[in-house]
Design a protein around this ligand. Structure first.
Ligand code: SF4
Length: 195
């Protein structure tokens, strides 16, 4: 099956964001992917960008940088919609980029929260249903993980009377952190020009 253009866009944005992480970071570490998985992703979606793989060693890109990272990967994969390998890659990428300090859509290199919601609708439909109130995605993920552990993080039993409602459900406005690759960039494997 040919790669989906929206999926290609998602990965291009994430790669552009990881490349912008700065010196000392490797692409595998920035994306939470093993060298083997990254090679498979690049080969499938960006065959003209094999130069991204130059010098890649078998580092521990898919190791865990935080205790909750494997739990978030698992949460995502338990709710995958299509059984695609892209969903395995996205689960790793989302769990790694969720450790960033910005809105998740920004740290994924996307242009808006709408792109992240579209990603979730396409690949993790079960979580979209669980997030019927449209909570901020990062908040929602960690609230789900805390619930599983029996940890109470909410200040109120009811969102409608909770003082934190703005933190959980407020707008996730902001500017994109990296320039979004165009379709022409993608066709030519030129998203690295956004560094
Ligand atoms: S608004 Fe309050 S009750 Fe609702 S999810 Fe957030 S912290 Fe929990």
């Amino acid at each position: 099956m040919a790669p989906d253009p929206f999926d290609r866009h998602l990965f291009a944005c994430a790669i552009a964001a990881a490349l912008a992480d700065g010196p000392g970071q490797t692409l595998t570490r920035g994306l939470g992917l093993s060298a083997l998985s990254l090679a498979a992703l690049i080969g499938r979606h960006f065959p003209r960008s094999s130069s991204l793989l130059a010098g890649l060693s078998a580092d521990e890109g898919d190791g865990c940088l935080a205790p909750e990272e494997p739990d978030l990967r698992s949460l995502l994969l338990e709710h995958r919609s299509r059984g695609l390998v892209e969903e395995e890659w996205l689960a790793h990428v989302i769990a790694r980029r969720a450790l960033g300090a910005n809105h998740l859509w920004q740290d994924l290199g996307l242009t808006s929260r709408a792109d992240l919601s579209a990603l979730m609708r396409r690949h993790f439909t079960g979580l979209v249903k669980l997030n019927g109130g449209d909570m901020k995605w990062k908040k929602f993920f960690y609230r789900q993980l805390c619930r599983r552990e029996g940890v109470a993080i909410c200040k109120s039993p009811n969102c409608e009377v909770c003082a934190d409602v703005g933190l959980c459900f407020g707008a996730e406005d902001g500017s994109a952190l990296v320039a979004s690759p165009t379709m022409s960039d993608l066709a030519q494997g030129r998203f690295i020009a956004n560094q």
